[in-house]
Design a protein. Structure first.
Length: 126
């Protein structure tokens, strides 16, 4: 009986840890995406003007602050802060060395999926 209770408490504790870890996932994911952009050596194209990765991060941070009350997930962050011009409606593009230009939305969603997979694998290993 005591062993069963101990096992049950361990399971509940692990479940709660997992739930709490997931509670801040959107913030962690958004922070990861900002760091990913910052560390990239890609050119960011907004309204036909080229920008460095650091300039892109600064721009996304401004939009993130502006739209913060509408951002509940990393997907919201990408859609509202890193996908297209609010004024012109033109999509943002990314140009990385040796790769064709692509829309920032696809580039960031691919990185988000990779990050989630890596995080999930790490979580399962523990």
């Amino acid at each position: 009986m005591i062993k069963s209770l101990s096992t049950l408490l361990t399971i509940i504790s692990l479940s709660m840890s997992s739930i709490l870890a997931q509670a801040d996932t959107p913030i962690n994911e958004i922070n990861h995406l900002m760091e990913f952009v910052s560390a990239s050596e890609c050119t960011f194209i907004r309204n036909d003007s080229e920008h460095t990765s650091q300039e892109a991060v600064e721009h996304m941070e401004k939009k993130y602050k502006y739209f913060s009350n509408k951002i509940d997930s990393a997907e919201d962050f990408i859609r509202l802060s890193a996908t297209k011009s609010t004024f012109s409606g033109k999509p943002y593009h990314i140009k990385c060395a040796e790769k064709p230009k692509e829309e920032s939305q696809r580039w960031l969603l691919n990185e988000l999926a990779r990050y989630r997979e890596t995080t999930q694998l790490r979580s399962n290993a523990n």
